[in-house]
Design a protein around this ligand. Sequence first.
Ligand code: ZN
Length: 213
Amino acid sequence: MGEMKEVRCPKCGGAIRFEFRATLSADREPEAAEALRRGTLFDVRCGCGFESTIRYPMLYTDMAHRAVIRCTGTDDEEVLRMTAEEVRKTAEAFGGAALQHRIVTDADDLREKAEIFHAGLDDRHVEIMKPFVLQQLREAKPDLPVAYLRFHAADGGETFTAYDSEGAPLGSFPFNRRAYEEGIVPNMPLGPEDNVLFVSPAWTAEYFARRAG
Ligand SMILES: [Zn+2]
């Protein structure tokens, strides 16, 4: 359950009230979890019309999909180190490997991982799939300035959306679940060393480097 808090509107100086959630359980609060997956949970709107997105830390749990995601709301290294330490302690207390623990720094990453787990996918295999899809996309559309991909599953359709380096969306295309299930999952095995808290492009690069080496 959320708690009402206020921030000052940078445009008119008035108070914007919003529902602050230190934790969000997808199992107990399905509507809030859906807003999170749609990317609207952190949106606020002032009476004057000013719209913004609030950043704050959140612990998101999806027990149906055995996922626990901590969003730090910051990429401060000391905060990330302390969060990782805390997660390792609680993960041990809760039996470790039964749950997938992840740490993300912002709401976009939290939204994407929440959607991936909700869709019954593994975020590591989705990250492993991205470079292959990016390569195909660049070959098919060499003029498209695509920098990265994000998984989306709002409105029932599973897609990858391509973004440029400024974060502007360039277009969406269907997520190929068959390629994921029959190509990526069986051919890209994950070992105990892949039980990591940070599943990011850096982890993906390290995974490929290990396979190549
Ligand atoms: Zn305002």
